[in-house]
Design a protein around this ligand. Sequence first.
Ligand code: BDP
Length: 479
Amino acid sequence: ALLPLASVFGARAQTASSAVPVAESTLAILPGNRGKVVSESLASLSYETGQLADPTFFSPRNRSLIALFRQLNPKGILRIGGNTSDYTVWSEYRGTLPEQKTRKGGPQQPVVLHPESLRELAGFLRETGWSLVFGVNLKIGVPDMAVALGRAVRDAVGDRLLAIQIGNEANNYEKDYDAFDAAWSPNARALQIAGLPLAGPDTGANTDWVAQYIQRHGKGQAFASRHYYRDAAPRGSIGDVLGSDPGMIEHMEVLASLAEAQGLPLRLTEANSYYFGGRDGVSNVFASALWGADFMLAMAQCGVVGIHFHGGTLASVEASLGRDAKSDLSADDIVARRDAVSSRYSAIAGDVALGFQPRPLFHGLVFAQQFAGARLMDARLETAGANVTAYVADRGDQRLVALVNKDMATDVAITVSGMAGYGRGQTRRLHAPSLDSRTGVVFDATTGREGDIAVDASGQARVHVPRSSAALVRFEQHI
Ligand code: BDP
């Protein structure tokens, strides 16, 4: 039933338009059905190997980026890879190297990686507390160089190296899984002999390749991986990103159970909303925060252990900015320019000269990361057709209830049942002036009637979630 907002939510009714419908919804928590514990490394990031060309980026002196990494997740995992990993050469490799070609057949300018970048990266990881997944060049077909670089990475970062991956989205250049396997295997053998931990296959969307890889190579690897993007920019719209992608859920459920049978965690080592750098007005606005929060929790529910949101600078734009001294810019200019130097989907915007700031997506990732360490529970949601998702988890004597209202037009009033034994809940809300806001996104504690939620004698609580916002309620168990 749709009730006028004012009748269920007096406090907000004074400011909200009375035209906003409210969908009466129910969330029944099924206390017997306990799922997996959400990994501490759920919120993770991915950057291009090309980002390492500038050793001051991932550096122990880059305090502003370190602070944002720590704020996102004190136990995250940084994945270095992407297309640029497949044309990176190691400066210390003394063997001969074939010339690499671009997709169109021209000579490919290599990214030359120097020891200094690895030393700086090691310091950055130490300061953030993050671990590393590092991708080496498969396309070039020189296993000796893969080993030389893999060893150098391990020597630089030590135990923080979780795994080496070989090749990025090889499905884009190998004809089928067997061709990939044949190219991959000599590299893998050489890296294994050198005692380096492996993970893979780091393909694009190819679930069947990942399944074959798990079957053939899964035992003893650090994790299994693939990537995810909703679609290619410039396709995409706010309505599209807020829609659901049920196919992905099915694929990941299948892969997670295959991986689990081999004792392997499953990670999305590269993911974001729209590839080709993201969709302006979608990937970099508040809608992406609701998408990211929901996507992370949906993936955790399927058994995905970590999601590495891809990002970083748009190197070409950055180069053109070199002439501007930071001090010449007003605060607003700096905000706009940090935005301009970054890929549109990057959760963090900025560069070393300008400093760094969170994008809207960042706040969505922080929202979902609140589930780290909590055990997911089954719950049944009925929303009268509103585009809402719900996630429930227990941690110690707390119960977390996340409600993501991706509906653009409808507020929801959710009656949560199955809360017997819990006292009051405290709410943090993820909201912004509008879905297309680039700034003004917050994830903050709500005070008063909207923030402090009571559980009644029958074990029910009422939570109101305005359209285009999310709420995270933390209920405390009765002592
Ligand atoms: C992915 C690549 C990554 C690109 C991204 C994009 O792995 O290197 O940056 O697409 O196009 O497929 O945005």
